[in-house]
Ligand binder design. Structure first.
Ligand code: GTP
Length: 417
């Protein structure tokens, strides 16, 4: 037994022997029971060009028909012009353990003439899931936080046998800090063993060259040799060369297996000699599902959250108090929000005043113009009146008119004869 206690700030450790059974050795069982009762949530995204076997692989991985058989593709003209995001959810159960599985599909990715921005809606979707989680965390009542964050992203690489395409690199570069990337070589049964090995090498060197971080099975110092060896073996298979099939076929030696039957033989999905499907399932489901969830929460989400709050102006000096006290955090966020609102209000007022001043200046200018025009017209009329008065006076005093004036008078028909 190790006993610790603060002695002027320094923890002392005393080894003690238990006198009898206390019961905390049962803690792992308590945790186990609790998690089984609560069930688990896991969200997996699949990305890759159309027809690379994404739906088939998901059905194969979870041994269920999550994706019903597909309708034939619509003609190109009728297909959507942007990448869509579609989610399918299912509650599955194995030996009493319930898993709420969500698969996020991205139909349209890489299917257009210009695929430059194919990654954008996917990043936006992942970030909006982080946003929703952050919003739930900041609520007063955090009893029912639903974790819709994407815990893993299976990226399907076309089995070209060459190297990564620009779209693959761009996608992975944009996504690797936001999601656990798991690259897979789709339809690996279309390549020979040698081609798969060479293709994997080129993919890994491209990934390293572009500093792309892909999810690796973690190993801890205090882990047993077997676990470490398992993690190393899984790591050695990345990118997983997979074959998918939810059909049962007969092998030449009379076994019934999940696989794909060809005139020259059967490719068995669950046979490690044939493909890396088993290792992928180990990574995604059997051994590291919890690690994927934890890495998403502790690293990917945490980094995103820090960046987001910093961009909102929350200072990173936050003391432990602020970090662990939701009320203090909410208060801080409220103050920030109010400051933002006050700034917006001040800006709006300024713009309003500026507009009013401009309008007033314009009105004043047109008033002055009107006044000037009015004065001009008045002067002209005044002059005209004076001329006429003068003419009238001359006519009345009987003075003969000049020929010009006479003709004017005749035309008007009021000249005396
Ligand atoms: P979209 O939904 O259109 O994006 O297609 P998808 O990527 O979901 O592909 P889907 O699973 O519908 O498979 C397309 C075709 O490829 C089907 O005819 C599958 O039977 C076949 N297929 C799936 N997996 C494999 C594989 O591992 N190897 C081979 N050779 N064919 C496969």
């Amino acid at each position: 037994l190790v006993q610790t206690g603060p002695t002027s700030g320094i923890s002392s450790v005393i080894r003690k022997k238990l006198m009898g059974y206390v019961g905390f050795a049962n803690l792992p069982n308590q945790v186990h029971r609790k998690s089984v009762r609560k069930g688990f949530q896991f969200t997996c995204m699949v990305v890759g060009e159309s027809g690379l076997g994404k739906s088939t692989l998901i059905n194969t991985l979870f041994n269920t028909t999550l994706y019903p058989p597909k309708e034939p593709l619509a003609p190109a003209a009728e297909r959507p012009k942007t990448v869509a995001i579609e989610s399918i959810g299912a509650d599955i159960e194995e030996n009493g353990v319930r898993l709420h599985l969500t698969v996020v599909d991205t139909p349209g990715f890489g299917d257009f003439v210009n695929n430059d921005d194919s990654w954008k809606p996917i990043v936006e979707n992942i970030e909006s899931r982080f946003d929703s989680y952050l919003e739930q965390e900041n609520r007063v009542n955090r009893m029912k936080v639903v974790d819709n964050r994407v815990h893993a992203c299976l990226y399907f690489i076309q089995p070209t046998g060459h190297s990564l395409k620009q779209i693959d690199i761009e996608f992975m570069r944009r996504l690797h800090t936001k999601v656990n990337l798991i690259p897979v070589i789709a339809k690996a049964d279309t390549l020979t063993d040698e081609e798969v090995a060479e293709f994997k090498e080129r993919i890994l060197s491209d990934i390293a060259y572009h500093n792309i971080h892909i999810f690796q099975a973690p190993t801890y110092d205090n882990e047993d040799e077997e676990t470490i060896a398992e993690a190393e073996e899984i790591a050695s298979k990345i990118p997983f060369a997979v074959v998918g099939s939810d059909k049962i076929v007969n092998t030449p030696d009379g076994r019934q297996v999940r696989g794909r039957a060809y005139p020259w033989g059967v490719v068995e999905v669950d046979n490690e000699e044939h493909c890396d499907f088993v290792k992928l399932r180990q990574m995604l489901v059997r051994t590291y599902m919890e690690e994927l969830r934890e890495y998403t929460n502790d690293v990917l989400y945490e980094n995103w959250r820090t960046e987001k709050l910093l961009s909102m102006g929350v200072a990173q000096d936050s003391t432990v108090f602020k970090e662990i006290n939701p009320a203090a955090r909410m208060q801080e966020e409220r103050v920030l929000h109010e400051a933002k609102l006050a700034k917006m209000e001040a800006e709006m007022k300024m713009v309003f005043q500026q507009k009013v001043q401009e309008k007033e200046a314009k009105l004043k200018q047109s008033e002055e113009e009107l006044y000037a025009r009015h004065k001009e017209m008045k002067d002209a009329l005044e002059k005209q009146r004076a001329d006429l008065e003068d003419k009238k006076r001359k006519i009345e005093s009987g003075r003969p008119l000049t020929p010009e004036k006479a003709s004017t008078g005749r035309k008007k028909g009021f000249l005396r004869t």
